[in-house]
Write a protein that binds this ligand. Structure first.
Ligand code: DC
Length: 227
């Protein structure tokens, strides 16, 4: 495994259901870069805690789970303890638990090395809340990707309906706002646009347009640096 700080990182941070994961994956594919979904790691800790009956208040056990997480990312599939959990970690229950445990500084710390190990040649595109601020502060491009709560609720609604899961837009919007509040108000690595991140508001953009904006910024950087 090649670990090198000169390997370029594109960091895309933003709130829940903003579409940052989809955009990050597409950008990674276009550039031929590796991809890290950092939220999946928090969701995996949450799933393991739910499976083993660990409560959100039990910080010590949650840190232990984060340190010993047996997680494998294989293409688009995610495995926990050798079991495929790609869809299982996407439930609202896991998302809520992930958001709760992500507020513990020691849980966050326990996941740092694992996240940085994804920085491999020829480059990495990553998405989360603190990719540009904490995990990869030297990322060559930092994007804060967001959309209005209404647009985010509508996108989440469409995703769920497509998967045959019943949903209600008003409930989804309320959950999204609650999660934003929790993720933004925590003391460590809160969700916010940092001064060195470029704002991408995708409320009225298609996924293709959002992807192209990120790629354009990346190419701008390369032209300036002659990468
Ligand atoms: O991006 P997501 O919705 O899958 O993330 C789930 C939760 O994990 C989110 O509510 C907050 C937390 N998270 C975080 O604190 N830091 C990250 N880099 C990624 C996710």
């Amino acid at each position: 495994m090649v670990l090198n700080n000169s390997i370029p990182v594109v960091a895309i941070d933003g709130p829940s259901a903003s579409g940052k994961g989809t955009v990050a994956q597409l950008v990674a594919k276009t550039l031929g870069f590796h991809y890290l979904d950092s939220g999946a790691l928090y969701r995996l800790v949450a799933l393991k805690a739910l499976q083993t009956g660990v409560r959100p208040a039990d910080e010590i056990k949650l840190v232990e789970i984060a340190l010993n997480l047996d997680a494998v990312f294989k293409g688009e599939e995610i495995y926990l303890d050798n079991t495929r959990v790609t869809e299982k970690i996407r439930t609202e229950e896991c998302g809520k638990m992930a958001s709760q445990l992500a507020s513990y500084p020691r849980v966050r710390e326990a996941l740092i090395v694992r996240q940085r190990s994804f920085r491999q040649s020829p480059g990495l595109v990553t998405d989360g809340r603190d990719m540009g601020s904490v995990i990869f502060p030297d990322a060559i491009l930092k994007v804060f990707l967001t959309a209005s709560p209404e647009a985010r609720a509508e996108r989440r609604y469409k995703q769920l309906i497509e998967k045959g899961i019943n949903a209600n837009i008003a409930d989804l919007q309320r959950d999204i706002l609650k999660r934003d509040e929790r993720d933004s108000s925590r003391s460590v690595a809160p969700l916010r646009q940092n001064t060195d991140a470029r704002l991408l508001d995708t409320t009225s953009l298609s996924i293709l347009q959002a992807q192209n904006s990120v790629l354009e910024w990346y190419r701008e950087y390369c032209a300036n640096e002659r990468v």
